[in-house]
Design a protein around this ligand. Structure first.
Ligand code: ZN
Length: 494
């Protein structure tokens, strides 16, 4: 076997292992009884150790070294070079971290996740705080192992968005924040729409049918390639392109909640289902980054599913949908109002939730903020940025799952994803009108465009290079701002 094939085979072993870990994590979040915590912690940490052995295998190091020699490198084509580069990046990172640490971290993160779930349900910050403290220390330690010369938060961000830094994010966020606050201020002077039509009582069984309807309309494949389950914090997991699962959460008195979390996760699912099949279990075969992923979920959730065209064309496909005036309904689902919960936030205020988390994560990772002070810091920032008063920690600092699972540096990807979704929208519109496609019942044209121009590229490029390849421009928030301004000027008659 030649060196390249041997390297890819070793990597494939590792990638399959990682997918097993995802199955366990999926089960933990959707089906596992609470008392399964301990055994699941043991299972996942054992797998983390085995997975570590796969990616840090010294043979991988030897093969990379061989393939990087000039005479061998020249024989590789571009995709092969990219795969070698990506494996090297992952290998180099892995070998810097001791195995015992990987196992300890995996175990602690499961423990913290389960404690968080209980803390959120019972509004009990004090049981979660010590677990979070341990998670922060482990994340700091991990950054130190990977690159002690860099700011620990930069190392953490790089795990989700290769090439991105906290300075660059801060620069983008500063512009975005000013624009959003300006738009929000204008909207606040206008009368808020009546949202009564969103709160009719709808049986969960009916909502489950609607979830399937919206997922399929958007282009997520159910049947033998996908399924929808329930989770406290909806998410998507792709084990390979033929087994991509999405989750949602149903509330009897708030049917659009499930509808939009399903639309959001469908966007993630569509991306996963349409990654390049021929690159399965290679580093190129996966999503380019969390921000690119989020650009797809937000694109389908907001740009498509909250549009007038989408509902005018499709409302009759939702059986027994509550009767309401379509104008009122469209305005209601696009209500702009500062709220406490990020995942329920509207498009105008959403990024402000992220900016708050970005600042806190940075503080935690560099040690300028203490875990014990988080509830107060959180509540103060919510007041300052969004003008809302947080009454308890369940709807405050305990609302998100990320830190409990040890993910620090992930939050900025959400806002970056929004920005990218606007930039992609602008690019597609240069070729055809999305509204027209929806009106003609040709929404699949959008998925086809995205598959051809974005999904099929997998991780062929680093995320912000990919944005440039797809849109022809560097990352810029101007198109996202334009999209919001245009949409809300019309809705609110600004
Ligand atoms: Zn998402």
């Amino acid at each position: 076997m030649d060196e390249y094939s041997e390297l890819l085979n070793l990597y494939k072993d590792y990638a399959i292992f990682s997918s097993i870990n995802n199955v366990l994590s999926y089960d933990m979040q959707c089906f596992m009884p609470n008392k399964g915590n301990e055994v699941r912690g043991n299972q996942m940490s054992m797998l983390a150790g085995m997975s570590y052995d796969k990616i840090s295998n010294p043979r991988i190091g030897e093969l990379i070294q061989e393939l990087e020699k000039a005479d061998k490198k020249v024989k590789l084509h571009e995709k092969q070079k990219r795969n070698v580069y990506l494996i090297k990046r992952e290998y180099d990172k892995a070998v810097k971290i001791p195995k015992e640490f990987v196992i300890e971290k995996a175990k602690q993160n499961v423990q913290a996740f389960n404690t968080w779930r209980e803390a959120k349900q019972t509004n009990n910050w004090s049981i979660f705080a010590p677990e979070l403290q341990k998670n922060v220390e482990l994340a700091q330690q991990e950054s130190k192992y990977i690159d002690p010369s860099k700011h620990p938060y930069d190392v953490a961000i790089d795990n989700f968005e290769p090439g991105m830094t906290k300075e660059e994010i801060a620069r983008i966020f500063t512009d975005l924040k000013a624009e959003l606050i300006q738009l929000l201020t204008k909207i606040k002077t206008k009368k808020a729409p009546n949202t009564d039509c969103l709160f009719s009582l709808v049986a969960i069984e009916t909502q489950k049918k609607w979830s399937k309807t919206i997922a399929q309309l958007l282009g997520y494949q159910l049947g033998d390639r996908g399924r929808i389950d329930e989770a406290e914090h909806p998410f998507t997991d792709g084990f390979n392109h033929n087994d991509v699962r999405i989750t949602t959460h149903y509330y009897e008195k708030d049917y659009t909640n499930a509808l939009y979390s399903t639309a959001h996760e469908s966007g993630h699912g569509i991306y996963e289902q349409n990654l390049p099949e021929e690159e399965e279990f290679t580093p190129i075969g996966v999503a380019a980054s969390m921000a690119i992923h989020e650009s797809q979920s937000r694109f389908f959730e907001n740009i498509i599913s909250r549009s007038r065209a989408f509902w005018e064309a499709n409302i009759q496909k939702f059986e027994n949908f509550p009767e309401s005036d379509i104008d009122e309904f469209i305005h209601a689902i696009n209500l702009v109002t500062p709220s406490k919960i990020r995942i329920e936030a509207d498009e105008v205020t959403y990024c402000l939730h992220i900016i708050l988390r970005f600042e806190i994560e940075k503080g935690l990772m560099e040690g300028s903020m203490k875990v014990e002070d988080l509830p107060a810091i959180w509540n103060n920032k919510m007041k300052e940025y969004l003008g809302v008063t947080v009454e308890n920690d369940t709807e405050g600092v305990l609302q998100d799952v990320h830190w409990s699972g040890g993910s620090f540096g992930y939050f900025p990807s959400y806002a970056l994803g929004n920005i990218i979704s606007g930039q992609i929208l602008h690019t597609i519109q240069k070729e055809f009108s999305i509204v027209e496609a929806i009106e003609k019942g040709e929404l699949s044209k959008v998925k086809e465009w995205l598959t051809q121009n974005l999904y099929s590229k997998g991780s062929l490029y680093d995320p912000f290079e990919l944005v440039k390849v797809v849109t022809g421009e560097e990352l810029t928030s101007k198109y996202y701002i334009n999209y919001l301004t245009e949409k809300y000027t019309e809705l609110y008659r600004l």
